[in-house]
Design a protein around this ligand. Structure first.
Ligand code: FAD
Length: 527
């Protein structure tokens, strides 16, 4: 007999992994081995517009997990399967082959994934041999635990946050929501000799997923330098954010962990300065943990626990509601929970629908859209901050939040291109693509989502640029045509200067485009 833990694309870790911990405890109790399984599903990855960077990151992390688990004599068996509809019966066949009595997995909240897991439960129930347990792990506070008085999901962030913060503290007699899941126990070494399980140790993680190209040499080196795989790298990234000072500029493909971190007092650290510095793109001000959080290489609970420990007074925990660097950072992690709850409770948002249904008929540009969309993707819109952001996305697979907002709003409101096109491109390009956060960010920018930017509050990209990149360093780094431009002109070069430097002129006039957007949002369905 055996117990199986089925790992998925969003929980790529051994430390603080609830389903893995539960599976291990069960195996220990029943005195049987624990087997771990990962099913690569090329069709799902294509359907979800996964980027090759994210696929590469997944495989790299799987390799690291395989070697961590092997030290505990726990095999990680990775296999690939198409079509995706075959996954439930295939998983059941593996469970049969391994004489599994129990299956554990962390819940994925997207519609396709929930349907797949329901199917697995149905098949298992029919056969009556394996009991399945799906466990909440992705969010700090699980979807469904934070509801309004009317027992509905919150659709506005501030009251959600007010309700979320008290949930971080354990209630009387209740389990601590931030408790770290125990590490998995070692399998007996004899499992390696077992005819059923021994061979699983010999199956390496594939080096490629069907339908996804290998990264070319340059790209591979850049992406792997920016985003080293493994739980240790994620921990170092967190440590660097909580304990070291921001460097004034670190925009490109440099090893984020290369410098020896110097310890500082809390107020000088990145997290200490986060409240005031986080919107600056010309310095390395945020944690850059999103690729690790999106792939579950580190748990969101771990991030909050480590932050709480920064308190100098150990009895008095950090107050997440306070308007400090630490408070603000915890509140950003609450945004991640908020958008995941929305996907779980309002599944239409993950099916290409706007949350605000009446905005489904907005008239998008069709004539100019192909060229304009391509120029936006290529970072050649003629608006330097947008272009720098889009080139950063292509180079690093990551963008700073302010630039994501500015570039997204520019596509939707200035170019009047359907937000779903941008949502798709971000997923295809970013290494941290997460359906809930990406959809939430896009629907915020398009004013169609929960708690969105009001449709008439349209970002002026030139003003955003001056605020986010006052030194112009960020633009100069990612837009080499403008490298020699000093002063304010970097944010909005004159046509003569742009022509001389071979930099494009703006695709549209911001003020005319703004009028058009407001008109169309006021009267959905009309020109
Ligand atoms: P930090 O500022 O250090 O924040 C810490 C963590 O909190 C992040 O790693 C992330 O997990 C979470 N977080 C922060 N801001 C947000 C937010 N607004 N919404 C949800 N979670 C947040 N984030 C993704 O993880 N994946 C995406 O695919 C994604 N797409 C986005 C698309 C658009 C149009 C916009 C406007 C935002 C998107 N975000 C996405 C949110 C945000 O931009 C990134 O999480 C952030 O830039 C990551 O950098 P960081 O790790 O340094 O963040």
């Amino acid at each position: 007999d055996s117990v199986v833990y089925w790992m998925r694309m969003e929980d790529l870790r051994v430390h603080d992994n609830r389903a893995l911990a539960r599976a291990s405890a069960q195996a220990k109790k029943d005195n049987i081995p624990l087997i771990t399984l990962f099913v690569l599903s090329p069709q799902d990855y294509i359907a979800h517009d996964r980027s090759s960077r994210r696929i590469d990151f997944t495989l790299r992390n799987l390799r690291s997990i395989q070697s961590s688990l092997a030290k505990l004599h726990i095999p990680l068996y990775t296999t690939s399967l198409s079509p995706r509809t075959a996954i439930p019966s295939y998983v059941l066949s593996l469970l049969r082959e391994w004489n599994a009595t129990r299956l554990f997995a962390n819940t994925e909240y997207e519609v396709d994934e929930l349907r797949r897991d329901i199917k697995v439960c149905e098949l298992a129930q029919k056969e009556g041999v394996v009991a399945c347990s799906f466990i909440h792990d992705k969010c700090v506070i699980p979807p469904g635990d934070i509801l309004t008085k009317a027992e509905k999901g919150y659709t506005v962030y501030s009251p959600f946050l007010r309700s979320w913060i008290p949930h971080l503290t354990p209630g009387d007699g209740k389990e601590d929501p931030l408790a770290c899941a125990p590490p998995p126990a070692e399998n007996p070494a004899s499992v390696r000799e077992h005819p059923l399980y021994g061979k699983l140790f010999d199956t390496p993680v594939p080096d490629k997923v069907e339908g996804f190209a290998f990264l070319d040499k340059d790209e591979e080196e850049r992406i792997r330098t920016c985003w080293p795989a493994g739980e240790e790298a994620a921990q170092q990234m967190l440590d660097r954010f909580l304990h070291t000072m921001a460097r004034s500029s670190q925009m490109g493909a440099v090893d984020p962990l290369a410098e020896d971190p110097t310890r500082n007092s809390t107020k000088d650290t990145r997290v200490g300065k986060y409240k005031d510095a986080r919107d600056r793109v010309d310095a390395d001000t945020t944690s850059r943990l999103s690729p690790y959080l999106a792939a579950g290489v580190i748990s969101a609970r771990e991030c909050i626990r480590a932050t709480m420990e920064l308190s100098t007074n150990k009895k008095q925990k950090i107050d997440a509601s306070r308007d400090t660097g630490v408070g603000r950072w915890v509140q950003e992690i609450a945004w991640r929970d908020f958008y995941t709850h929305i996907v779980a409770l309002f599944p239409r948002v993950s099916m290409g629908r706007p949350f605000i249904e009446k905005l489904a008929d907005i008239k998008w540009e069709s004539e100019s859209s192909e060229d304009h969309l391509q120029a936006w993707k290529d970072g050649r819109t003629g608006v330097p901050i947008v272009d720098a952001g889009m080139r950063q996305a292509r180079a690093m697979g990551w963008m700073h939040n302010r630039v994501r907002m500015t570039a997204a709003m520019y596509l939707v409101k200035d170019l009047m291109i359907d937000w779903r096109q941008g949502e798709k491109y971000f997923m295809e390009t970013l290494i941290d693509g997460d359906l809930a956060s990406n959809n939430g960010g896009w629907q915020w920018s398009a004013s169609t989502g929960v708690d969105p930017a009001p449709y008439f509050r349209i970002f002026n990209p030139y003003i955003q640029s001056k605020k986010a990149d006052p030194s112009g360093e960020y633009i100069r780094y990612f837009v080499p045509e403008l490298r020699e431009v000093l002063g304010d002109e970097i944010h909005q070069p004159s046509p003569a200067l742009a022509d001389r430097l071979g930099y494009p002129r703006p695709l549209v006039d911001h003020f005319e485009a703004r009028e058009r957007a407001i008109r169309r949002y006021k009267n959905p369905g009309q020109e």
